[in-house]
Write a protein that binds this ligand. Structure first.
Ligand SMILES: NC(=O)c1ccc[n+]([C@@H]2O[C@H](COP(=O)([O-])OP(=O)(O)OC[C@H]3O[C@@H](n4cnc5c(N)ncnc54)[C@H](OP(=O)(O)O)[C@@H]3O)[C@@H](O)[C@H]2O)c1
Length: 298
């Protein structure tokens, strides 16, 4: 079981670890590798059988292929399990670039069809950096269309997801969106999303941090996957990632145990979430660096 946290004021409670389904839609141009259908379906089945009860997808992921694959699995398991949160994103037309209200209506209708659902819990207005703020927020435009779906009960909650942080701040300030997704900008290599996160959290907007590995580099390592945010990573960034790799100095901690139940206990203790604010307080009580045996060897 994973703990659940309220997503802003949506009334949805989500686990702190979600499954992102972009690459599961097979996007070799974006990720530089393919994901065959069988592997994607197996991954989804494993997720549905796990404590991860939050899945995020989008209409543009594989141009519907991610949603189609999720829909296949949902039909097999009898729909979205209770207590599950499934979010998707409404998108521009990937072939023509059309970013209109009409296109967003078509996008939502296709998501419903591919996922095999008659309503959507959480839909994000996806990547508005491909249009202008005025056009996106205009009467009859993409935001208006999504909010009308919400009025009609087809979409329960509307959020905004995208890249540029100053742009997302602008959208969150409209008060029209209940949640925001930032990506690749709150990682070990880039924390430029901090002002957005702070501002959205203060307003009670649900914040979701996507692509914590910078699309793979921070998981696979800078040598195996020298790409960040879906393009080749600049040398400066690769160098910083190598420096991060070199930080851990302790390879293993050796613990004495003489009871069988200690094995499981210790594994659980090692995975226990420790709040950041605890470390400085513990450090203050750790005592001076005096070695009680240092007199012995002289
Ligand atoms: N505009 C937006 O709203 C937006 C933008 C970007 C992302 N997102 C969301 O965020 C999700 C996650 O982003 P992302 O997939 O682009 O990037 P990511 O989560 O930073 O990285 C995913 C990559 O990390 C690899 N990985 C994961 N766990 C690993 C492990 N234990 N060991 C080695 N490699 C590991 C995956 O490899 P394998 O494929 O081998 O598992 C995959 O290549 C997306 O799927 C999407 O739902 C939203």
């Amino acid at each position: 079981m994973l703990p659940r946290r309220p997503l802003g004021a949506t009334g949805l409670d989500v686990v702190p670890l979600g499954l992102g389904c972009a690459a599961l839609g097979d996007m070799p141009e974006t990720f530089a590798y393919a994901v065959p259908e069988e592997r994607a379906l197996q991954t989804l089945h494993a997720a549905f059988a796990s404590p991860i009860t939050f899945l995020d997808t989008g209409a543009s992921y594989g141009d519907g292929e991610s949603e189609r694959r999720i829909g296949m699995v949902l039909r097999e398991i009898g729909g979205v399990p209770a207590d599950f949160v499934l979010s998707t994103k409404a998108d521009r037309d990937l072939r023509t670039g059309e970013f209109s209200g009409e296109q967003f209506k078509r996008s939502v209708e296709r998501s419903l069809r591919l996922l095999g659902l008659d309503r959507l819990q959480l839909v994000f207005l996806h990547d508005p950096e491909h249009s202008t703020f005025e056009a996106v927020m205009a009467a009859g435009g993409p935001a208006d269309v999504l909010l009308r779906f919400k009025q009609d009960g087809i979409i329960e909650h509307v959020g905004v997801a995208g890249g540029p942080i100053d742009m997302l701040i602008h959208y969150v300030q409209t008060g029209a969106f209940e949640a925001v997704i930032t990506h690749n900008r709150y990682t070990l290599l880039n924390q430029s999303a901090a002002p957005l996160i702070e501002m959205a959290a203060q307003r009670g907007i649900g914040v979701l941090n996507a692509a914590p590995y910078g699309s793979g580099l921070l998981a696979k390592g800078p040598n195996a996957y020298p790409r960040y945010a879906y393009t080749d990573a600049p040398e400066e960034l690769v160098e910083r990632a190598r420096a991060i790799n070199a930080i851990p100095r302790i390879t293993s901690t050796i613990v004495g145990m003489t009871r069988p139940e200690r094995i499981q206990e210790t594994l659980e203790l090692a995975a226990w979430p420790i709040p950041d604010e605890l470390w400085p307080r513990l450090e203050a009580l750790a005592g001076p660096p005096v070695d009680p045996e240092s007199v012995r060897w002289r």
